[in-house]
Design a binder for this molecule. Structure first.
Ligand code: FAD
Length: 430
């Protein structure tokens, strides 16, 4: 039988600038551990690392390479809270849920900073993320977000008016912004690689090129790969937008969506600094939002899109470059050196989905575009729950998970229609 083809990182700026990392061998034979984790993105690595710190024997199965999925391709923006904020959670799910989730909404960012410090992870961490408003209506909404976050104990927020925007971003198109000094940005693949090394330093094992092909539930869960099997007391499913149909009950509740990123050639330092004088990352307030930041070597990394299906680098550049030039016409003469696409997982409520299947299979997925911080929180909550204290995990597990109306056949057309509608609203400023 032919060995399955090796899956390497997509050809991105991150893969080109990643720290050297070992090739981890595929799983061979039968292994027994306390916890098996499927997926070496932030959800899987964060869970495994928290468990290893608590003394559990952990093995991670990764279909490709560490950080191959969204965790190694994203905008690198540390954005606090969730894709739906606590006011929406309170209206839909009650005050208790909003208070509980509100208390955890800023923890993921703190976990990332702790990890970087404790394990000496080199990933170009910078401070400050900016939500940029095109209209007064969006700026008023940001003022309300500031009050909301402050009511949940999150400080360090600054509302910026049109005049103040000059010190934030060299673009004429914004009416103002909210600066979160506890947000920030980093090299996402190097964070994942650093977390993987931290896990291994505590005895955790990672098997690359080891797709989980079949799960056999039971008192000990067995997971089969092409050349081996892991038997464990607990299983954590952390494949998120790349999980496919391995667990049909999870597939029907979330939708993988693409978003695209380009990176310019290195810019002259003075030009780079003039674009983003505070070196913060920026995302705008549109539903189909653009997000951008400078890299450590003075490139502009610019993302946007949200379309379905993969696109080649040329197509990505054709889609995203005009958006970048609308924001920064001053970059018209600079080349794009990288373009790639990645999938995140959208849920109908735009809230993450965490829960259990039976007694000992856990999952978390569906960060709906803002997953860098949530996945790190999810890892801690999953570890707490497996270690016997599920109080905080259960606040997430208790949220309803809605299947997409119309089932799998209608998920994509309905979401495309939805994206078109929200795109129209963004263009008309409604
Ligand atoms: C282009 C892009 C830009 C983004 N920008 C931002 C941003 O700036 N800020 C932000 O907060 N969020 C952002 N996100 C979202 C964020 O990156 C994700 O929410 C987060 O990384 C999800 O992490 P994860 O570990 O759950 O999933 P992933 O990182 O996707 O990892 C899942 C892993 O599971 C593996 N896997 C799947 N199935 C199997 C199997 N059967 N067996 C073994 N392994 C398997 C995959 O190979 C993959 O490596 C962005 C996403 C994309 C795609």
């Amino acid at each position: 039988m032919n060995a399955p083809a090796r899956l390497e990182h997509t050809s991105s700026y991150y893969a080109a600038s990643a720290h050297p990392a070992p090739m981890r061998p595929p799983l061979q034979g039968v292994q027994q551990v306390d916890v098996c984790v499927i997926g070496a993105g932030y959800t899987g690595l964060s869970t495994a690392l928290h468990l290893a710190e608590r003394g559990y024997q952990v093995a991670v199965l990764e279909a490709a390479r560490v950080g191959w999925g969204a965790s190694g391709r994203n905008g690198g923006q540390i954005v606090n809270s969730y894709s739906r904020d606590m006011d929406v959670i309170e209206r839909r799910h009650g005050k208790a849920a909003a208070t509980a989730l509100g208390a955890m909404a800023f923890e993921g960012g703190r976990i990332i900073r702790e990890r970087i410090e404790r394990y000496g992870i080199q990933c170009d961490l910078k401070t400050g993320n900016v939500f940029a408003a095109f209209t007064q209506k969006q700026l008023d909404e940001l003022a309300a977000k500031k009050r909301l976050w402050e009511s949940h104990g999150h400080t360090g927020l600054q509302l910026i008016d049109r005049e103040g925007m000059r010190g934030i971003v060299a673009s004429q198109q914004y009416a103002g912004a909210l600066l979160d000094n506890w947000g920030g940005h980093l090299h996402p693949l190097n964070l994942a690689l650093g977390e993987a090394a931290a896990l291994e330093s505590l005895g955790g094992r990672i098997f690359e090129q080891s797709a989980a092909l079949k799960i056999h539930p039971g008192g000990r869960v067995r997971v089969e790969t092409a050349c081996g099997e892991i038997s464990s007391r607990f299983l954590v499913v952390a494949g998120n937008a790349y999980l496919g149909e391995l667990v049909p009950a999870l597939a029907e509740k979330s939708l993988p969506c693409g978003t695209q990123v380009i990176t310019t050639e290195r810019l002259p330092e003075a030009l780079a600094k003039s674009l983003l004088p505070g070196d913060h990352c920026v995302e705008d307030c549109n539903f189909l939002l653009d997000y951008y930041r400078l890299t450590a070597d003075n490139r502009l990394l610019y993302g946007g899109g949200t379309v379905y299906g993969a696109r080649d680098p040329g197509e990505v550049e054709r889609l995203i470059r005009p958006k970048m030039l609308k924001t920064f016409p001053q970059l018209a003469d600079y080349k794009i050196e990288f373009g790639w696409t990645g999938n995140f997982s959208l849920t109908l409520s735009r809230l993450p989905q965490a829960g259990r299947i039976g007694d000992n299979i856990y999952y978390s997925q569906g960060c709906s575009g803002h997953g860098v911080t949530y996945t790190h929180l999810a890892g801690r909550l999953l570890a707490e729950a497996i270690d016997g204290d599920s109080a905080r995990f259960d606040h997430f597990a208790g949220l309803p998970h809605y299947p997409f109306p119309g089932g799998r056949a209608l998920r994509v057309p309905m979401l495309t229609l939805g994206a078109w509608w929200y795109g129209l609203r963004d263009r008309l400023g409604w």
